[in-house]
Design a protein around this ligand. Structure first.
Ligand code: ZN
Length: 89
């Protein structure tokens, strides 16, 4: 989130609020607004990441192997997938 800071061009004093006269050096109309960017750049990081369209993943055909137990096949969504692991707690 960006926030504004007002910096006096004469003495370099920084203030949260704009003032017609710098409270430090008493110069008039010397304060200019500066936008301070947040150090966390979420937008840039996410843009550089590789993306895969959801249909490419969801529509990928997978072969299911029957477990030999109909009830278990049904629970697994049709059988075991290659590389599939079941962790029993
Ligand atoms: Zn000043």
């Amino acid at each position: 989130m960006a926030k504004s800071l007002f910096v006096c061009q004469i003495c370099g004093a920084e203030h949260r609020k704009w003032a017609g006269q710098c409270p430090d050096c008493r110069e008039w109309n010397s304060m200019t607004e500066q936008v301070i960017e947040s150090t966390i750049r979420v937008g840039k990081a996410s843009k550089s990441m590789a993306t895969t369209a959801i249909p490419d993943i969801a529509m990928h055909k997978t072969e299911r192997r029957s477990t030999g137990i109909n009830e278990l096949n049904r629970v697994l969504g049709g059988g075991l997938l290659s590389g599939f692991a079941i962790i029993r707690a």
